[in-house]
Design a protein around this ligand. Structure first.
Ligand code: UFG
Length: 330
């Protein structure tokens, strides 16, 4: 592989794990991150960090200076309920900013683009597990903001010499098993992060948002995937794009099984030996009942195989990172 991989959002949660996976696989990495939600200290020192917004036209110079051949684009806003209350923030940070970055990539002749898409593009699936060819009818602005970027990539790849892989993430959780990174987000909203914060005393209780969904126990069901497995999938996807430059792909990233909110909280209680207080509350805006991946496409397309498909293990790694954050005073 001649050149570097640019990782936008490499100072954030999933991006910082992708940086580790790329470095571990021998790639050279340049991170572009505006540090609005990410942290400079989360970027492995083997990578170069450029503090810049992805929509900045100066990204073109970074591509030239570092001979960037592929871009992994993680930077964006990720909180579903916030996208309902502030949709224009999502269309700005996820759609408009991505358009500018893709333009910089095309103008500088970047060959490969890997995009952080989401299961939220499906909306309320007609069937579960949901497959890539199923209808994409987002029920929140977050999902729509990502789907619009998928559409841009499809059209751009048809017109220019660039191929792409849109990875539709299900629910990402856990932390690097070696303790090098984890989720450090301030004001986190994601269930496992919230639960390990409660278990370590950073917050008092966990709200259970909705108990009347049509699921086995009435709470929302999600497909939780370990962040390090997800990071490995990106490295495998890059290999595929390089080996087949005329082909692009859309792939679900999940394990193909779901856990309810209560099942997740049971796992956290088990792993932490703490009975976290649960408060049953109303549904959150924009939440579907159940999202579980049909992952046959990614298993067929990539040599990637899940290594950490174990809810207790995911919680264990998330908890270890939460304790480390507390030790670091963060
Ligand atoms: N939940 C609670 N209490 C909380 C937080 C969450 O009950 O304190 C519930 C939610 O209502 C939902 C489930 O836990 O049923 C998971 O919620 P998260 O906020 O952890 O994640 P989301 O499913 O809303 O969204 C995540 C990512 C999206 C992605 C989506 C795909 O943030 O980017 O998973 O499944 F699109």
């Amino acid at each position: 592989f001649d050149g570097k991989v640019m990782v936008t959002g490499g100072a954030g949660y999933i991006g910082s794990h992708a940086v580790l996976a790329l470095l571990d696989a021998g790639y050279e990495v340049v991170v572009v991150d505006n540090l609005v939600t990410g942290f400079a200290w989360a970027v492995d020192p083997r990578a170069t960090l450029v503090e810049m917004a992805v929509e900045d036209p100066a990204v073109r110079q970074v591509i030239r200076d570092h001979r960037v051949r592929a871009i992994m684009h993680f930077a964006g806003s990720v909180v579903v309920p916030e996208s309902v209350s502030d949709p224009l923030k999502y269309y700005r940070n996820n759609t408009v900013a991505s358009r500018a970055l893709i333009e910089s990539a095309v103008e500088e002749g970047v060959a490969h683009f890997i995009f952080s898409s989401t299961a939220a593009t499906y909306g309320t699936p007609q069937r579960v597990p949901v497959a890539e060819g199923d209808p994409t009818v987002p029920i929140n602005p977050y999902g729509m903001s990502k789907l619009m970027t998928e559409a841009m990539l499809r059209d751009v790849a048809a017109a220019h010499p660039i191929n792409y892989c849109a990875l539709r993430y299900f629910n990402v959780a856990g932390a690097d098993p070696q303790g090098r990174s984890g989720q450090s987000t301030v004001g986190a909203t994601h269930l496992i992060k919230i639960a390990v914060e409660a278990a370590t005393g950073k917050r008092g209780h966990v709200g259970v948002f909705g108990t009347d969904f049509a699921t086995r126990d009435g709470t929302g069901v999600r497909d939780y995937i370990h962040v390090s497995d997800l990071a490995d999938a990106h490295v495998a996807a890059l290999g595929l794009l390089v080996s087949q430059p005329a082909e692009s792909h859309i792939l679900n990233c999940g394990y193909g099984r779901g856990f309810s909110v209560l099942e997740v909280l049971d796992a956290v209680d088990r792993v932490t030996n703490v009975a976290i207080e649960r408060r049953f509350e109303g549904r959150r805006a924009g939440d579907p009942a159940e999202l579980v991946a049909d992952n046959r496409a990614i298993l067929a397309a990539l040599p990637w195989r899940p290594k950490r498909d174990d809810l207790d293990g995911i919680v264990h790694d998330a908890l270890a990172w939460e304790r480390k954050l507390a030790e670091m005073g963060k």
